[in-house]
Write a protein that binds this ligand. Sequence first.
Ligand SMILES: NC(=O)C1=CN([C@@H]2O[C@H](COP(=O)(O)OP(=O)(O)OC[C@H]3O[C@@H](n4cnc5c(N)ncnc54)[C@H](OP(=O)(O)O)[C@@H]3O)[C@@H](O)[C@H]2O)C=CC1
Ligand SMILES: O=C(O)C1=N[C@H](C(=O)O)C[C@H](O)C1
Length: 269
Amino acid sequence: MSELPGIVVTGASGRMGQMLIRTVAASEACRLVGATVREGHDWIGRDVGEAMGGAALGVTVTDDALEAFSHAQAVIDFTSPAATVEFAGLAAQARCVHVIGTTGMGEDDLARIAAAARHATIIRAGNMSLGVNLLMKLTRMVASALDADYDIEIVEAHHNRKVDAPSGTALMLGEAAADGRGMRLADVRDAARDGITGARKRGDIGFSAIRGGDIIGEHDVIFAGEGERLVLRHVASDRSLFAKGAVKAALWGQGKKPGEYDMLDVLGL
Ligand SMILES: NC(=O)C1=CN([C@@H]2O[C@H](COP(=O)(O)OP(=O)(O)OC[C@H]3O[C@@H](n4cnc5c(N)ncnc54)[C@H](OP(=O)(O)O)[C@@H]3O)[C@@H](O)[C@H]2O)C=CC1
Ligand SMILES: O=C(O)C1=N[C@H](C(=O)O)C[C@H](O)C1
């Protein structure tokens, strides 16, 4: 019988990194074979389960990503744009499926990931949950049914440690809304209102970001018309939601041709 796919988790000490370690270790469909952290991190050389304050998991934390990837079939990566771009090259070299949850990527980062996807299977999504990916489909549908008399506003709320705004999810929802209207988000995006902004421009898609406490992730897509308002909402109440989606993506990616995929592909939506 062949072995279960081996998975490496990058950024193992992070909020999502620790959640992913627990999720992969508990899965009956894959094995945890590696855990990486930044160079100089004080977890290096320790068992990752113990470093997290729990039972040993038999995996030693390392900062040698390429060596760790070379023993794996998939890498799950929720870190930072700079780290993810580097890992994309290393995962391609090691012929691993690369699941990317990292948000806040710039044009340049995305171009480098697209280049890596010429040789590697990459699955990237700003949100790995079933609910948000369904919400994208609904958003596209409603945006195409309602004309620009309905102003589209996307409001997102996250914990006070989040470093990027608008969230990756909000941008995915914005892309879906723009697509539903036959527009490019770049042409209608309004994400920075402050001061005397002038009246709202018809057809724009607005973004607002709330940051506070331990909010895991909440997204509203508002269609505001005259005399009525339609609100589509997703609330994440447990980070394991994202980790389970990422594991599903890593397993789905096994044997897939090189290219860039998303969670709509994984979930068959
Ligand atoms: N797609 C999805 O479903 C979801 C996406 N996310 C995204 O995942 C990312 C991580 O979120 P979260 O876990 O909350 O953040 P954290 O800050 O808790 O974790 C990030 C981890 O990445 C590590 N890291 C950052 N830069 C580097 C680098 N250059 N080299 C090596 N390691 C690095 C950090 O290490 P150190 O602490 O040493 O800097 C840390 O361990 C964010 O972009 C977030 O938006 C989050 C949840 C769901
Ligand atoms: O940083 C987070 O926490 C989250 N980030 C993702 C995003 O930017 O949309 C997904 C989720 O909302 C949590």
